[in-house]
Design a protein around this ligand. Sequence first.
Ligand SMILES: *[C@@H]1O[C@H](CO)[C@@H](O)[C@H](O)[C@H]1NC(C)=O
Ligand SMILES: *[C@@H]1O[C@H](CO)[C@@H](O)[C@H](O)[C@H]1NC(C)=O
Ligand SMILES: *[C@@H]1O[C@H](CO)[C@@H](O)[C@H](O)[C@H]1NC(C)=O
Ligand SMILES: *[C@@H]1O[C@H](CO)[C@@H](O)[C@H](O)[C@H]1NC(C)=O
Length: 400
Amino acid sequence: MKFYILLALSCSAVASARFIPVRRANSSLQSGQDAIAQNAQFASFTADTPCSDSQFPLACVQGSFAQCVNGKYVLTACGATLTCAALPNVGSPGTTVTCVAPADRDARIAATGATAASSGSAASSSSATSAAVAATSSPAAGGNNAGQGGAAGNKGANTTSTDSGDPQTSLTLLSSVIAKGFENNGQDQPTQGQVASLTSSNNFINFCATVPNLPITNGQQIKTGSCNPAPMGIIAATTNIPSAKFVSPKNGATIAANQSFTVQLAIQHLEAGHFVNADENYFAAPQQVNTAGDIQGHSHIVIEKLSALDQTTPTNPTTFAFFKGLNDPAQNGILSADVTDGLDEGVYRLASINTAANHQPALVAVAQHGSIDDMIYFTITKSGAAAAAAGAAKNGTAKA
Ligand SMILES: *[C@@H]1O[C@H](CO)[C@@H](O)[C@H](O)[C@H]1NC(C)=O
Ligand SMILES: *[C@@H]1O[C@H](CO)[C@@H](O)[C@H](O)[C@H]1NC(C)=O
Ligand SMILES: *[C@@H]1O[C@H](CO)[C@@H](O)[C@H](O)[C@H]1NC(C)=O
Ligand SMILES: *[C@@H]1O[C@H](CO)[C@@H](O)[C@H](O)[C@H]1NC(C)=O
């Protein structure tokens, strides 16, 4: 079984087509009856039929896919061999409006056992709207996918003459990658304070449609927040959890003010030297590992000024004294960065930020593990001499 995403075709910049997951399998009788009822209603629709977000936000108008925009349908042609129809959903109630081959439409509805609209058919209960995500596509792709989905009675027939069948360009969610466990909210094993997980039967592929107020991350660092649709990718095994330790400066070190110093970070199980364009590819691809199973990525160091070495108030993560991406491969297991201008007098916290290539935090197999990052504290004094407090204590002038 596969999930097919059939494409409506974009006919203008304004009317971006929507693509909608359609599951190929059997369907409930009610959904089939609802689909029949909706298609009957759509038969009377014209481009001038008023619409709203609650009343058929998606519909079919004279064979075209119709999307309600400001109370008026924007039509998108379905392509030569396809027509627009409401189809019964599979595995969940409701219907989906999409472009489909007429024979496939009929087979899908027939598979539910429905032959007519039931008297109680909820004509406007299309579930398409909540799942739909704005997208554009080429007519060729739409035709191909629809052709693929069109083989309703022909289990497993998976190509048309022009379909590359490449899962990495197809808009099909392969059944082999569906995480069935995502359908479970976890509350079958109750634990004090544990909350229900979000659930999904389609790998959350359209999750960002549930937060229409947020832009898609789209590879960018959007400061006001966004929703990212990329999967997390390859999760490193417990044998490959990255680990790091600062070699220099050492924890508790004292360094002279305004003098260049080098930060060195020893790192294992992270194949450094992999970093993508941070402005165009941020969080934009899944985590990857090398043949040994180590995450391919890079590190960063960040130095934050503290009010005291024993400061207890959380820092402000948007301000820091020094930040640098460690983009080069490790040399003998060590990553380095020069703090060329040094730092002014004060006390500081130095931390690593170990990430995958697309800058996402390193993801590993288990929740309970040692820290993937290191963090140390150091002091900058005018001369670089040992801290006054330690000297004072040695001098016997510091009383408990
Ligand atoms: C749907 O298909 C599944 C698996 O083939 C089957 O177990 C189930 O009975 C079917 N349901 C209906 C309503 O036909
Ligand atoms: C789908 O197409 C591929 C490539 O031609 C083929 O290897 C595979 O067996 C086909 N799958 C089915 C279910 O027919
Ligand atoms: C370090 O440089 C800063 C900025 O130029 C300056 O304000 C500060 O006085 C310097 N500190 C020392 C100890 O020289
Ligand atoms: C010890 O105290 C004396 C007198 O206050 C001072 O001159 C000296 O610098 C101190 N030594 C250290 C190591 O702090």
